[in-house]
Design a binder for this molecule. Structure first.
Ligand SMILES: C[S@@+](CC[C@H](N)C(=O)[O-])C[C@H]1O[C@@H](n2cnc3c(N)ncnc32)[C@H](O)[C@@H]1O
Length: 221
């Protein structure tokens, strides 16, 4: 399996950092959905600078944040203190989550679990199944093969995975790319509640847009 590598948040410019501090659009829907379902224990898997960790804690969820980057966890801790919310944070690798079976009602992993190869992806999917409670749900995004990155001449790990080469925070980080069939195959043991592809990080002039599948899965009854 390819080696995991954390984001290097130190090289993210302030302009770009703003993006990672403002909650993503679907997070408001998820809060509403999961509050209505009475869900409580929430994991922000690959929490980055903690934008959703803090948002969900403010909304009253018992919130856990997890990331491979020590800087991420330090920043999230700082922002949580400023916001006056209690959160439980841990540094670690998503390939082996340090949580007991059936720990979480809901998990959010936005632009995180693609940072591995095909073997790692299968392991993460198994980890999600293990840590979610019986009626648990997870919202995640996966890089799409339609993305600019998948077309690049970067080092190949396997048929779905390349190692990104750039000057920015993702240098040397594995990127797994999926198509619709691969998404349905990966999550065949879950109920797929929603799946759709979004063109985000749109750059028209250079056609460097990246696309992600957004997937809401649920433990099968
Ligand atoms: C693109 S950022 C997204 C952060 C956050 N989910 C958000 O939406 O703001 C990806 C995060 O995943 C983390 N990450 C990458 N590989 C990881 C791994 N193997 N285990 C845990 N976290 C990982 C990175 O360190 C980084 O903070």
């Amino acid at each position: 399996m390819v080696e995991s590598k954390a984001w290097n948040w130190n090289v993210v410019e302030d302009d770009h950092k703003k993006y990672w501090l403002e909650p993503a659009i679907e997070s408001y829907y998820l809060i509403d959905r999961w509050q209505n379902q009475g869900k409580q224990n929430f994991l922000d898997l690959g929490c980055g600078l903690g934008r959703h960790t803090i948002q969900f804690a403010k909304a009253g969820f018992k919130t856990f944040g997890f990331d491979l980057s020590e800087d991420s966890i330090k920043k999230t801790e700082e922002y949580a203190k400023e916001a006056g919310v209690e959160v439980e944070l841990k540094v670690g690798d998503m390939l082996e989550l340090p949580y007991k079976d059936n720990s979480f009602d809901c998990v959010y992993c936005r632009n995180v679990i693609s940072h591995t190869d095909t073997k790692g992806m299968k392991q993460i999917v198994a980890e999600l199944k293990r840590i979610l409670k019986n009626d648990g749900e997870c919202y995640l995004t996966l890089g799409s093969k339609q993305s600019w990155g998948y077309q690049q001449d970067w080092p190949v790990v396997d048929e779905n995975t390349k190692i990104r080469v750039e000057d920015g925070p993702e240098n040397g980080i594995p990127h797994f790319y999926a198509d619709y069939d691969l998404v349905t195959e990966l999550f065949k043991d879950f109920e797929i509640v929603k799946v759709f592809q979004v063109e985000d990080f749109v750059v028209r002039e250079t056609t460097t847009s990246s696309y992600h599948y957004h997937v809401l899965i649920k433990i099968k009854k």
